[in-house]
Design a protein. Structure first.
Length: 561
């Protein structure tokens, strides 16, 4: 069957999530003609169900077994539920493989405009200079080819547009940003923050989160209904579907091509240039081509690298833009299997089913291996904690009858915290193509090899121990801590498999996420991250993407690519 062709564009952007949304906004608003290829369906306010009670659902949101039949991996994370499951990839249609002894849960694979930003947790933190130069500080791995000053103006730009609520804390290792007014801490959280600071010197703050407390660009402030992962009709959290992508489309310069599963980058071998993308229409399963002067992959780390591996040519036999041989290697993703909880009975206010729900909690800034402090002996790098307080009905109360009803109304007022830790980039954590398996569109799938090392194991143990220490310092009762090995590895914050660097022999991309090998090919998601600091990655993904788009436009202007 001959391939159908779309007309030519200035730039093709693959993927409409956090990075792709910004790429198409920045470029289309500057006047470039952009084709936005998105594997998923268009998103719409009509799909949002944040105000729909469970009793209105067919299976009362208890249909896990049913969802498991098509999404056995995605359903492992609570945001894939009866409200949202059809936003997620069908794991059977689009599988991946792992070695038997290295299970890996590749969750959060969305197939909607907006990608993961439809359901993300919205925690938005800057990296610091110490993160970009961590190899110089502790001797492990490579420094990033850029520093904090290079990205700072782009953090400012992105934060002002996205709308990040947060508090200025003056920490060198977790720089302050352009914050909207913060959402106040609850009583438990305030007590926890004060005592942890007083007794241990650690900083607990309101989560820096992409939820509006003031209106911007026609988006209303949050009204505290709670389940942001089901959408938001007032557009009060950041989802690229109704922000960056909507702006790009409104410019008149961006064409969204939905249900377009990018298969490979098409090359002009004589000129060593990318000339377009071959994609499979997910509805008709027919191949199509679209061409442009430059190609930007923003499909999420593993998906973008899968496209590059599937784009091998005689010249790039091990994957496109892989003369270094590092493409697919140095996979990182946060470990988060250590933490704890404790109760604060003094705050025994009555639980309620109808109260406002704060969509963000607390963040505890990293306190191990900071610049200008002695190195921590047990592991390199560090971790922060995400947490929240809750006052709930005592659902776990034993017994039945009147006594049960009474205990049910005795509230459990608690704080839970979970560590998010940096994983060291290691060569033997990698992805490759599985030559024996294809997805339902005929595209070879990834085989993912990932496991924890000694550093991660020691860090997870400390996440549990330090959680207990802080809850104790705060005077919590019934403290429970945990520190599990993180197998099967699971991931929402994957990065590093087409890493940036100054040396083309050791990296795939330069500091502008431009391929060293193919000058009109860029990868603007987290694939390029040289390391994966413990802060959540998306704010940095977006800021870097805008910086790289500005570079791309200047290069196009001077006909350098
Ligand atoms: C439940 C959850 C909670 C999270 N919480 C946080 C948080 O609190 N803070 C934080 O910083 N990060 C968080 N993240 C991670 C965050 O969502 C991602 O870092 C971010 O969305 C990645 O942006 P991206 O552009 O790389 O990919 P995505 O946003 O995933 O977008 C990729 C898009 O590309 C499309 N695509 C994939 N393959 C192809 C293909 N072959 N052809 C065409 N299109 C394709 C997908 O359909 C998707 O729409 C969370 C993620 C999840 C799932
Ligand atoms: S809690 Fe706020 S941001 Fe989240 S869905 Fe409700 S109104 Fe929107």
């Amino acid at each position: 069957m001959p391939q159908q062709k779309n007309h030519s564009f200035d730039v093709i952007v693959v993927g409409s999530g956090a990075s792709g949304g910004w790429a198409c906004k920045r470029l289309a608003e500057a006047g470039l003609k952009v084709a936005l290829l998105e594997a998923g369906r268009p998103q719409s306010d009509e799909n949002f169900t944040e105000h729909k009670p469970e009793f209105e659902l067919k299976y009362r949101n208890k249909a896990h077994e049913l969802i498991r039949k098509t999404r056995p991996i995605q359903v492992k994370f609570g945001v894939c539920n009866e409200y949202t499951y059809d936003w997620f990839v069908n794991d059977l249609d689009e599988p991946y493989t792992t070695p038997a002894d290295k299970p890996f849960n590749w969750m959060g694979r969305l197939r909607m405009t907006g990608g993961r930003t439809n359901v993300w947790g919205r925690v938005s933190l800057r990296y610091s200079d110490g993160d970009f130069k961590s190899a110089s500080l502790d001797g492990y791995g490579e420094n990033w080819p850029l520093g904090y000053k290079d990205i700072e103006p782009y953090y400012d730009l992105v934060e002002k547009y996205v709308g990040i609520t947060g508090s200025a804390e003056g920490l060198e290792h977790l720089p302050d940003g352009q914050f909207q007014p913060t959402v106040p801490l609850t009583c438990q959280e305030t007590l926890f923050r004060n005592r942890v600071k007083e007794k241990l010197g650690r900083t607990v703050m309101p989560t820096r989160s992409a939820n509006l407390t003031k209106p911007i660009n026609g988006r209303g402030p949050c009204h505290y209904c709670g389940p942001c992962e089901r959408g938001c009709m007032t557009h009060s959290y950041f989802n690229s579907a109704f922000t960056t992508v909507a702006d790009a489309l409104a410019s008149g310069n961006c064409t969204l091509i939905s249900n377009a599963m990018a298969y490979k980058v098409l090359m002009d071998p004589d000129r060593n240039r990318a000339r377009g993308i071959l994609y499979i229409d997910r509805i008709t399963k027919q191949p199509r081509e679209v061409s442009a002067r430059a190609v930007i992959l923003c499909a999420q780390s593993q998906e973008s690298v899968r496209i590059l591996l599937n784009s091998a040519t005689p010249q790039y036999a091990n994957g496109l833009a892989n003369s270094s041989g590092v493409l697919g290697h140095y996979l990182t993703a946060h470990v988060r299997s250590g933490g704890g909880s404790g109760e604060f009975p003094a705050f025994g206010s009555k639980p309620s089913l109808g109260a406002p729900i704060k969509p963000l909690g607390i963040y505890i800034a990293r306190f191990r291996n900071l610049p200008n402090t002695p190195p921590y002996k047990k592991f390199l790098r560090g971790f922060g904690y995400e947490g929240e307080s809750s006052t709930e009905f005592n659902w776990g109360a034993p017994g039945f009858g009147a006594a049960y009803k009474k205990s049910l109304l005795e509230p459990r007022s608690a704080i839970d915290i979970t560590g998010f830790g940096e994983v060291l980039p290691r060569w033997d954590n990698f992805v490759e193509l599985d030559s024996t398996v294809k997805d339902v569109y005929g595209i070879p799938v990834l085989k993912i090899h990932m496991s924890d090392g000694e550093n991660e194991r020691a860090m997870i143990q400390d996440m549990g121990d330090s959680a207990g220490e802080m809850l104790e310092a705060a005077g919590a009762k019934n403290i429970r801590t945990y520190a599990h090995p993180s197998a099967p590895r699971w991931a929402l914050h994957e990065a590093g498999i087409a890493r940036m660097g100054a040396d083309p022999k050791k990296s795939v991309l330069n500091q502008y996420q431009q391929s060293h090998d193919v000058k009109n090919l860029f990868v603007m998601d987290a694939s390029g991250f040289t390391s994966n600091p413990c802060q959540n990655p998306t704010l940095t993904i977006m800021a870097l993407c805008v910086r790289s788009c500005d570079y791309l436009m200047s290069e196009l202007k001077r006909n350098a690519i």
